[in-house]
Design a protein around this ligand. Sequence first.
Ligand code: XIL
Length: 352
Amino acid sequence: MKTVAIAGTARGQAIEDGSLRETATRSGLLFGSAVSYRELQDSTFTSLLARQASIVVPENEMKWERIHPGPNRYDFKAGDALATFAEAHEQKLRGHNLCWHRQLPPWFKQLANAGNAQELLRTHISEVAGHYAGKIHSWDVVNEAINIEDGRPDGLRKSIWLELVGPDYLAVAFKAASAADGKAVLTYNDYDLEQDSPKHEAKRAAVLKLLATLQSNGAPIQALGIQSHLKASQGRSEWTGLHRFLNKVEAMKLQVFVTELDVNDADLPGNIEERDRDVAALYGDFLHQVLQHRCVKAVLTWGLTDRDSWLNSFKPRADGLPKRPLPFDSNMQAKPAFYAIQEALSQRPRTP
Ligand code: XIL
C-alpha cells in the first residue's frame, strides 16, 4: 500500500511539472482550448491559459452574429483581443468559423435570398479572413455541413446555405478563404465522427465523400476538424470505425485537428470522484487512439475549466449538478482528466 501511495505521489508531482502545452510540444503537437472574451478579462484564467495552451480558438467571437452584426458592419474587437493575447504568448490562433447554419445574425435571415447569398458569403469571408490574414493557424471554413437525418443521398444538411446557394456553397467558401488568406490551413469541421455506432459510421462515410468531392472540384481544403464532443455514458469503445476513417483521411493528404474535445458527464452518477474517473478514462482512451495517427497535429478542448463549459448552459444535467467535462475544475485545479490528457500527449508515437 505504502509503495503504491508514494509512487502515486511522486508520479503526480513529476507529471504536474509538465503543462499540457509543454507535453504536447515535446511530442510535436499543439494543445489548447476555446476561449471566450469574458474569460480573457480574468487574470487567473489567462495565466492558466498562457501556461497550458499553445493554440487557442475563440468560442463565439468570430462567428457571423458576433463579428458581422450589421449588413455593412464588422466588429473585430473581441476577436482581435484574442489575437493579441495569442501573439503575446506565442500561441497559434484558430479561426472559427466562416460558414455555419447557426449563430447567423438576425439581419442575414431578413436580407439573404437565392440571388445574393453566394455574394454575401464571399464578401463575409473576404472581410473576416482578410482581416486576420497572416495571424491564423487554421480556419474552420465550413462547420457541420453533414446531417444524415435530413435524408439527402449526399448527406448534406438542409441548411440555409444549401437552400440559398446549393451544394456548391462549400467550394465557394473554401475558394474565398484561400483568396483572403493563403497561409491558414483551411479546414472542414464536424461532430459525431468518433464512436463505433452506425450513426457515427454513416456520418464518417458522408464526410469522406464530401472531402473527396471538394478535392475533385479543386476546392483548397487542407484539413479535417473532428469536434469530439464525447459522452462519458457511451461506455468502452474499440474505435475501429474511427481508425479506418483517419487512415482514409490521411491517405487524402489532409491534416486532422481535434477541435472541440470535451466529455459530457450528463448520464453519470452525481458522485464527483466516480464522474471524474470515468471522464478521465474516456479522455485518455480517445486521445491514445487518435494520437496514433500522424495526420493528427493539434488537440483543443472546448473550454479549459468546468466553470465556463458550454455544456452547463446548453445541456444541463437532469439532477442540476454542475458538469465536469474539462481538464480543470471551477477553481482552475487540475482534475484526473488533465493527467489523462497529459499522459496521452506524452505517449504520442514519435515520427520515424
Ligand atoms: C457553442 C458555444 O460554446 C456556446 O457558447 C454557444 O452558445 C453555442 O455554440 N459546435 C461548434 C461550436 O462548432 O461553435 C459550438 O459552440 C459547440 C458545438
